[in-house]
Design a protein around this ligand. Structure first.
Ligand code: C5P
Length: 304
Protein backbone atom coordinates (compact mmCIF):
# COMPACT_ATOMS: atom_id res chain seq x y z
CA UNK A 1 0.00 0.00 0.00
CA UNK A 2 1.21 3.47 -0.86
CA UNK A 3 -0.17 6.44 1.03
CA UNK A 4 0.60 10.05 1.88
CA UNK A 5 1.19 11.45 5.36
CA UNK A 6 0.12 15.09 5.34
CA UNK A 7 1.90 17.73 7.44
CA UNK A 8 -0.24 19.81 9.81
CA UNK A 9 -0.38 23.39 10.84
CA UNK A 10 -1.96 24.65 14.05
CA UNK A 11 -4.47 27.32 13.01
CA UNK A 12 -4.87 28.13 16.70
CA UNK A 13 -2.82 26.88 19.64
CA UNK A 14 -3.73 27.83 23.21
CA UNK A 15 -1.61 26.67 26.14
CA UNK A 16 -4.15 26.46 28.96
CA UNK A 17 -1.88 25.33 31.80
CA UNK A 18 0.65 22.81 33.04
CA UNK A 19 -0.51 19.35 34.18
CA UNK A 20 0.73 17.23 37.08
CA UNK A 21 2.48 14.89 34.55
CA UNK A 22 4.54 17.83 33.19
CA UNK A 23 2.62 18.01 29.90
CA UNK A 24 0.46 21.03 29.06
CA UNK A 25 -3.27 21.27 28.52
CA UNK A 26 -3.84 22.58 25.02
CA UNK A 27 -6.68 23.67 22.78
CA UNK A 28 -5.80 23.74 19.11
CA UNK A 29 -7.49 23.73 15.70
CA UNK A 30 -5.29 21.47 13.57
CA UNK A 31 -5.34 21.58 9.76
CA UNK A 32 -3.68 18.95 7.51
CA UNK A 33 -1.91 20.53 4.53
CA UNK A 34 -0.68 19.25 1.20
CA UNK A 35 3.06 18.94 2.03
CA UNK A 36 3.37 15.19 2.55
CA UNK A 37 5.72 12.29 3.20
CA UNK A 38 5.14 9.25 0.99
CA UNK A 39 4.76 5.95 2.81
CA UNK A 40 4.93 2.49 1.28
CA UNK A 41 3.92 -0.43 3.49
CA UNK A 42 4.15 -4.16 2.90
CA UNK A 43 2.63 -6.42 5.56
CA UNK A 44 4.75 -9.31 6.94
CA UNK A 45 3.71 -12.40 8.90
CA UNK A 46 6.87 -12.96 10.96
CA UNK A 47 6.30 -10.24 13.59
CA UNK A 48 9.13 -8.01 12.30
CA UNK A 49 8.63 -4.29 11.78
CA UNK A 50 11.27 -2.50 9.70
CA UNK A 51 11.43 1.20 8.83
CA UNK A 52 13.63 2.73 6.15
CA UNK A 53 13.67 6.50 5.65
CA UNK A 54 15.07 8.43 2.69
CA UNK A 55 14.95 12.14 1.91
CA UNK A 56 12.62 13.28 -0.85
CA UNK A 57 15.40 15.73 -1.80
CA UNK A 58 14.72 18.93 0.14
CA UNK A 59 14.85 17.52 3.67
CA UNK A 60 18.01 16.93 5.76
CA UNK A 61 17.84 13.69 7.75
CA UNK A 62 20.91 14.32 10.01
CA UNK A 63 18.70 14.75 13.10
CA UNK A 64 16.91 11.43 12.50
CA UNK A 65 17.54 8.88 15.26
CA UNK A 66 18.19 5.49 13.63
CA UNK A 67 16.95 3.44 16.61
CA UNK A 68 13.57 1.88 15.73
CA UNK A 69 12.04 2.63 19.15
CA UNK A 70 12.74 6.35 18.53
CA UNK A 71 10.87 6.25 15.22
CA UNK A 72 7.21 7.27 15.55
CA UNK A 73 6.13 5.13 12.57
CA UNK A 74 7.76 2.05 14.15
CA UNK A 75 6.25 2.83 17.56
CA UNK A 76 2.76 3.30 16.09
CA UNK A 77 2.97 -0.07 14.29
CA UNK A 78 4.23 -1.75 17.48
CA UNK A 79 1.38 -0.22 19.58
CA UNK A 80 -1.25 -1.26 17.05
CA UNK A 81 0.10 -4.83 16.99
CA UNK A 82 -0.05 -5.04 20.80
CA UNK A 83 -3.60 -3.68 20.89
CA UNK A 84 -4.68 -6.11 18.20
CA UNK A 85 -3.05 -9.02 20.06
CA UNK A 86 -1.35 -10.15 16.84
CA UNK A 87 2.32 -10.87 17.70
CA UNK A 88 2.94 -12.35 14.23
CA UNK A 89 1.80 -9.19 12.42
CA UNK A 90 4.69 -7.22 10.94
CA UNK A 91 5.44 -4.74 8.20
CA UNK A 92 8.14 -3.22 6.05
CA UNK A 93 7.67 0.57 6.10
CA UNK A 94 9.48 2.76 3.59
CA UNK A 95 9.23 6.53 4.14
CA UNK A 96 10.21 9.26 1.66
CA UNK A 97 10.47 12.43 3.76
CA UNK A 98 9.37 15.78 2.38
CA UNK A 99 8.27 17.31 5.70
CA UNK A 100 11.20 19.01 7.50
CA UNK A 101 12.24 17.56 10.87
CA UNK A 102 11.77 19.72 13.98
CA UNK A 103 9.68 22.17 12.00
CA UNK A 104 6.42 22.00 13.98
CA UNK A 105 4.71 20.44 10.97
CA UNK A 106 4.08 17.11 12.72
CA UNK A 107 6.02 15.06 10.17
CA UNK A 108 6.89 12.11 12.41
CA UNK A 109 3.37 12.15 13.88
CA UNK A 110 1.82 12.27 10.40
CA UNK A 111 3.88 9.22 9.42
CA UNK A 112 2.68 7.41 12.56
CA UNK A 113 -0.96 8.34 11.83
CA UNK A 114 -0.71 7.15 8.22
CA UNK A 115 0.89 3.87 9.38
CA UNK A 116 -1.96 3.31 11.88
CA UNK A 117 -4.60 3.88 9.18
CA UNK A 118 -2.79 1.69 6.64
CA UNK A 119 -1.99 -1.22 8.98
CA UNK A 120 -5.53 -1.20 10.37
CA UNK A 121 -6.59 -2.10 6.81
CA UNK A 122 -3.64 -4.36 5.88
CA UNK A 123 -3.84 -6.39 9.10
CA UNK A 124 -7.63 -6.75 8.65
CA UNK A 125 -8.48 -4.83 11.85
CA UNK A 126 -10.61 -2.05 10.31
CA UNK A 127 -10.64 -0.12 13.57
CA UNK A 128 -12.73 3.06 13.96
CA UNK A 129 -10.76 6.29 13.72
CA UNK A 130 -11.39 7.11 17.42
CA UNK A 131 -9.73 3.82 18.43
CA UNK A 132 -6.73 4.60 16.19
CA UNK A 133 -6.55 8.03 17.88
CA UNK A 134 -6.45 6.39 21.32
CA UNK A 135 -3.68 4.01 20.22
CA UNK A 136 -1.83 6.93 18.55
CA UNK A 137 -1.80 8.90 21.83
CA UNK A 138 0.77 6.38 23.17
CA UNK A 139 3.10 7.28 20.30
CA UNK A 140 2.98 11.08 20.61
CA UNK A 141 0.73 14.01 21.49
CA UNK A 142 0.17 15.07 17.84
CA UNK A 143 -0.67 11.60 16.49
CA UNK A 144 -4.38 11.45 17.51
CA UNK A 145 -5.16 14.72 15.70
CA UNK A 146 -3.57 13.44 12.48
CA UNK A 147 -5.34 10.06 12.16
CA UNK A 148 -8.57 11.89 11.26
CA UNK A 149 -7.22 13.30 7.98
CA UNK A 150 -9.32 16.46 8.29
CA UNK A 151 -9.64 19.66 10.35
CA UNK A 152 -9.97 18.76 14.04
CA UNK A 153 -10.11 20.38 17.45
CA UNK A 154 -7.44 18.91 19.72
CA UNK A 155 -7.68 19.24 23.51
CA UNK A 156 -6.01 17.93 26.67
CA UNK A 157 -2.44 16.72 26.11
CA UNK A 158 -3.53 16.07 22.53
CA UNK A 159 -5.51 12.91 23.16
CA UNK A 160 -9.01 14.46 22.99
CA UNK A 161 -9.78 15.02 19.32
CA UNK A 162 -13.03 15.76 17.53
CA UNK A 163 -13.98 16.53 13.94
CA UNK A 164 -14.30 20.30 13.75
CA UNK A 165 -16.18 22.54 13.02
CA UNK A 166 -18.76 19.90 12.10
CA UNK A 167 -19.14 16.55 10.38
CA UNK A 168 -19.20 18.13 6.94
CA UNK A 169 -17.01 17.27 3.96
CA UNK A 170 -17.21 20.70 2.26
CA UNK A 171 -14.87 22.71 4.46
CA UNK A 172 -13.08 25.68 2.85
CA UNK A 173 -9.76 24.96 1.16
CA UNK A 174 -7.24 27.42 2.59
CA UNK A 175 -3.92 28.41 1.03
CA UNK A 176 -0.69 29.06 2.93
CA UNK A 177 3.00 29.73 2.36
CA UNK A 178 5.23 27.90 4.83
CA UNK A 179 8.58 29.51 5.63
CA UNK A 180 11.06 27.26 7.40
CA UNK A 181 14.23 28.87 8.79
CA UNK A 182 16.14 25.56 8.62
CA UNK A 183 16.50 25.19 12.37
CA UNK A 184 15.38 22.31 14.57
CA UNK A 185 13.10 23.64 17.31
CA UNK A 186 13.05 21.63 20.57
CA UNK A 187 9.43 21.10 21.67
CA UNK A 188 10.25 20.46 25.38
CA UNK A 189 12.49 23.58 25.46
CA UNK A 190 9.76 25.77 23.93
CA UNK A 191 7.12 24.48 26.38
CA UNK A 192 9.52 25.09 29.27
CA UNK A 193 10.11 28.64 28.05
CA UNK A 194 6.32 29.09 27.80
CA UNK A 195 6.06 28.34 31.53
CA UNK A 196 8.09 31.52 32.19
CA UNK A 197 5.94 33.66 29.90
CA UNK A 198 2.78 35.41 31.07
CA UNK A 199 0.06 34.35 28.69
CA UNK A 200 -3.37 35.60 27.72
CA UNK A 201 -5.60 32.65 26.93
CA UNK A 202 -9.31 32.77 26.33
CA UNK A 203 -12.40 31.00 27.53
CA UNK A 204 -13.12 29.87 23.98
CA UNK A 205 -13.37 32.98 21.81
CA UNK A 206 -10.20 32.10 19.87
CA UNK A 207 -11.85 28.89 18.66
CA UNK A 208 -15.14 30.79 18.07
CA UNK A 209 -13.33 33.31 15.85
CA UNK A 210 -11.84 30.42 13.87
CA UNK A 211 -15.30 28.85 13.53
CA UNK A 212 -16.57 32.13 12.02
CA UNK A 213 -13.67 32.11 9.55
CA UNK A 214 -14.59 28.55 8.49
CA UNK A 215 -18.28 29.40 8.01
CA UNK A 216 -17.39 32.49 5.93
CA UNK A 217 -14.64 30.84 3.85
CA UNK A 218 -12.90 34.26 3.91
CA UNK A 219 -9.09 33.97 4.13
CA UNK A 220 -8.90 37.46 5.72
CA UNK A 221 -10.97 36.18 8.66
CA UNK A 222 -8.78 33.06 8.81
CA UNK A 223 -5.65 35.23 8.96
CA UNK A 224 -7.15 37.40 11.72
CA UNK A 225 -8.23 34.35 13.76
CA UNK A 226 -4.86 32.53 13.66
CA UNK A 227 -2.83 32.66 16.86
CA UNK A 228 -0.27 30.53 18.73
CA UNK A 229 0.64 30.93 22.42
CA UNK A 230 4.06 29.35 21.76
CA UNK A 231 5.13 32.18 19.42
CA UNK A 232 6.82 34.42 22.01
CA UNK A 233 8.70 31.61 23.83
CA UNK A 234 9.81 30.04 20.52
CA UNK A 235 11.02 33.38 19.16
CA UNK A 236 12.93 34.05 22.34
CA UNK A 237 14.82 30.77 21.94
CA UNK A 238 15.15 30.96 18.16
CA UNK A 239 15.26 34.56 16.78
CA UNK A 240 15.28 33.23 13.19
CA UNK A 241 11.58 32.37 13.69
CA UNK A 242 10.72 36.07 14.01
CA UNK A 243 12.76 36.71 10.85
CA UNK A 244 10.72 34.06 8.98
CA UNK A 245 7.48 35.78 10.06
CA UNK A 246 8.79 39.17 8.91
CA UNK A 247 9.86 37.71 5.56
CA UNK A 248 6.36 36.29 4.99
CA UNK A 249 4.63 39.58 5.87
CA UNK A 250 7.01 41.60 3.69
CA UNK A 251 6.36 39.18 0.81
CA UNK A 252 2.61 39.89 1.07
CA UNK A 253 1.15 37.16 3.33
CA UNK A 254 -1.91 38.31 5.33
CA UNK A 255 -0.65 37.01 8.65
CA UNK A 256 2.32 34.87 9.68
CA UNK A 257 1.86 32.50 12.62
CA UNK A 258 4.13 29.88 14.15
CA UNK A 259 2.97 26.29 13.75
CA UNK A 260 3.25 23.99 16.78
CA UNK A 261 6.42 24.76 18.72
CA UNK A 262 8.14 25.87 15.49
CA UNK A 263 10.33 26.41 13.66
CA UNK A 264 8.01 26.80 10.63
CA UNK A 265 5.85 29.91 10.20
CA UNK A 266 2.64 29.76 8.12
CA UNK A 267 1.47 32.80 6.16
CA UNK A 268 -2.09 33.04 4.82
CA UNK A 269 -2.65 33.85 1.14
CA UNK A 270 -5.88 34.16 -0.90
CA UNK A 271 -5.19 31.46 -3.49
CA UNK A 272 -2.48 29.30 -5.07
CA UNK A 273 -1.43 32.06 -7.52
CA UNK A 274 -0.86 34.54 -4.71
CA UNK A 275 0.99 31.79 -2.81
CA UNK A 276 3.41 31.32 -5.74
CA UNK A 277 4.03 35.09 -5.89
CA UNK A 278 4.70 35.27 -2.12
CA UNK A 279 6.98 32.20 -2.28
CA UNK A 280 9.13 33.83 -4.97
CA UNK A 281 9.69 36.89 -2.74
CA UNK A 282 10.89 34.96 0.33
CA UNK A 283 14.69 35.43 0.76
CA UNK A 284 16.94 32.47 -0.01
CA UNK A 285 17.82 31.67 3.60
CA UNK A 286 14.35 30.25 4.18
CA UNK A 287 12.75 27.20 2.63
CA UNK A 288 9.37 28.40 1.31
CA UNK A 289 6.59 26.12 0.01
CA UNK A 290 3.00 26.77 -1.05
CA UNK A 291 0.44 24.40 0.47
CA UNK A 292 -3.33 24.10 0.76
CA UNK A 293 -5.76 22.27 3.06
CA UNK A 294 -5.50 18.51 2.47
CA UNK A 295 -8.27 16.36 3.84
CA UNK A 296 -9.03 12.71 3.37
CA UNK A 297 -12.68 12.01 2.65
CA UNK A 298 -14.38 13.34 5.81
CA UNK A 299 -12.29 11.28 8.18
CA UNK A 300 -12.84 7.99 6.35
CA UNK A 301 -9.86 5.96 5.17
CA UNK A 302 -10.83 6.16 1.52
CA UNK A 303 -8.21 8.81 0.76
CA UNK A 304 -5.45 6.25 0.25
O1 C5P B 1 4.01 13.71 23.38
P1 C5P B 1 5.24 14.17 22.66
O2 C5P B 1 6.38 13.21 22.82
O3 C5P B 1 4.98 14.54 21.25
O4 C5P B 1 5.68 15.53 23.38
C1 C5P B 1 6.97 16.06 23.22
C2 C5P B 1 7.24 17.07 24.32
O5 C5P B 1 6.43 18.23 24.14
C3 C5P B 1 6.92 16.59 25.72
O6 C5P B 1 8.01 15.94 26.29
C4 C5P B 1 6.60 17.90 26.44
O7 C5P B 1 7.79 18.55 26.83
C5 C5P B 1 5.97 18.75 25.35
N1 C5P B 1 4.50 18.72 25.37
C6 C5P B 1 3.79 19.33 26.41
N2 C5P B 1 2.41 19.31 26.39
C7 C5P B 1 1.74 18.74 25.38
C8 C5P B 1 2.44 18.12 24.32
C9 C5P B 1 3.82 18.13 24.35
O8 C5P B 1 4.39 19.87 27.35
N3 C5P B 1 0.40 18.76 25.39
Amino acid sequence: MKTRAFAKINLTLEVLGIRPDGYHDLRSVVEPVSLADVIEIEPRRDGRITVETVSGGAVALDALDARPEKNLAWRAADSLRRHAGKPDAGADIFITKNIPLGGGLGGGSADAAAVLNALSVLWGLDLPVQTLAEIGAETGSDVPSLVFGRTVLMEGRGERVSSWPAETPDLPVWHFVLANPGIHSSTPAVFKEADCTSRLTSAGEITDNMRLAFSSGDPRLLAAAMQNDLTVPAQRLYPRIAEAATALLEAGAMNAVLTGSGSTVAGVVRDAAEGEAVCRKIPGGFRAVCVSSARWCNGQHSGF
